[in-house]
Structure formats: structure tokens, C-alpha cells
Design a binder for this molecule. Structure first.
Ligand SMILES: CC(C)(COP(=O)(O)OP(=O)(O)OC[C@H]1O[C@@H](n2cnc3c(N)ncnc32)[C@H](O)[C@@H]1OP(=O)(O)O)[C@@H](O)C(=O)NCCC(=O)NCCS
Length: 179
């Protein structure tokens, strides 16, 4: 998977060496509390390693799951672009239901890193032919909704179509990064 750089950040593939960071990130309730119908903090290094192997198996010319690292190489979070999971019983909408998502370590909140990383991934993905992107957030996740607004995504209101729960849905297109 390719790496993507921004002014302050390096987005690179997850590696097994990142297991300690991933466990530190996803074992925190404040990081996972808004994720899905039944948020579950990660508990073991083995779970982190298995998750990293699944992330590395996503081999796609446009989609990806990246470590967000600062210029000194220190990991600060996760950025994903992948097909979104539908709620049980929802009919497939085809290949245009791709989501972007972000999870930052609390020590790295408040610096604009999630927005900067997502902007770079969207610029790269739209340049490679992505036609549409979705983002979903728990209705109570105001920090993540603020990221969506900073990115220029359009708010489409609430939906139960994804992740077996109620979400605020946002949508973006290549026009966002035109010019
Ligand atoms: C959602 C989440 C990534 C948002 O993180 P964040 O740091 O607030 O978002 P950004 O990276 O866009 O940073 C924006 C903040 O950085 C500040 N900032 C500081 N320097 C900045 C800069 N150079 N550029 C832009 N913003 C900057 C902004 O003022 C803003 O802070 P404010 O909201 O207090 O005004 C974070 O809360 C998180 O990881 N939550 C847990 C996981 C999660 O819920 N993920 C989303 C699931 S849908």
C-alpha cells in the first residue's frame, strides 16, 4: 500500500511493530466509545496483531488503512478508506459506498491531524477515480462531525443503513478537492 505525505504527517501501512500503539489506541474507551452498536475496547496484543494483519490484507489501488504518523515517525492514529459495512438486511448499494474514518490517540487531538490526514487521502483517492465518499458518525460524536464539516462533506441526516445503529451520514465527491 502506498504512503501519503502532508505538511505535518506521514500516512503509511500498518506494521506488526505498531501493535503496542494500536493496543494503546483502541483499548481506550474515549477512542472506541462511538464505534458501532456495541463498542468494545481492545484488550490484548494478540488482538492488535490480528487487526494489523487484517489491515495489511486490504490490498486495493485506492482504498487503504493507514497509520497516521507525525514527521518524526511517531504514530498518532488511524485513517481508513474502505467499503462501509451495511446493517443486517440492507441491500447492497454497489461499489460507491466507501467510507472514510479517523481515530486519533487522545494525546494528538486538537492539532488538526485528522482533518489534514483525511484531506490528503481524499485528494489522493479522488485523483485515482473514487467517485463518492461517505462518513458516518454517532449522533453524539460532535468532534467527528466537526472533522466532516472541516473537510467540506455534506450532511445528509440520520440513517440506520450502516453498522446496525443510528448514524449521522456525510457525503463528499471529487468536487470537494477540485481546483
Ligand atoms: C474524531 C477525532 C479524530 C477528532 O479529533 P480532532 O483533533 O478534534 O480533529 P482535527 O484533527 O480536525 O483537529 C481539529 C482541532 O484541532 C485544532 N487545531 C489546532 N491546530 C490546528 C491546525 N494547524 N489545523 C487545524 N486545526 C487545528 C482545531 O482548532 C480543532 O480543535 P477544536 O475542535 O477544539 O477547535 C477524535 O476526537 C477521535 O479520535 N475520537 C475518537 C475516535 C472517533 O470517534 N472517531 C470517529 C468515528 S466516526
Amino acid at each position: 500500500m502506498r504512503t501519503i505525505t502532508t505538511d505535518r504527517l506521514l500516512l503509511r501501512p500498518w506494521q506488526e511493530d505498531d501493535a503496542g500503539f494500536l493496543l494503546d489506541l483502541e483499548s481506550r474507551w474515549e477512542v472506541v466509545r462511538f464505534l458501532g452498536a456495541h463498542p468494545t475496547p481492545m484488550r490484548t496484543r494478540e488482538e492488535a496483531l490480528a487487526s494489523i494483519r487484517r489491515r495489511r490484507a486490504l490490498d486495493h489501488p485506492v482504498h487503504g488503512i493507514w497509520v497516521i504518523a507525525t514527521a518524526d515517525g511517531a504514530p498518532v492514529g488511524n485513517l481508513l478508506l474502505k467499503p462501509i459495512r451495511l446493517s443486517a438486511g440492507e441491500p447492497s448499494g454497489g461499489p460507491d459506498e466507501v467510507e472514510i474514518g479517523w481515530h486519533l490517540h487522545p494525546d494528538a487531538w486538537g492539532h488538526g491531524y485528522a482533518t489534514e490526514a483525511a484531506q490528503a487521502v481524499l485528494h489522493d483517492a479522488f485523483g485515482r477515480g473514487l467517485a463518492r465518499v461517505l462518513a458516518v458518525t454517532d449522533p453524539g460524536n460532535h468532534a467527528s462531525q466537526a472533522v466532516c464539516r472541516r473537510l467540506g462533506l455534506t450532511a445528509l441526516g440520520r440513517t440506520t443503513r450502516y453498522y446496525d445503529t443510528v448514524n449521522e451520514l456525510f457525503e463528499g465527491s471529487p468536487r470537494m478537492v477540485a481546483g
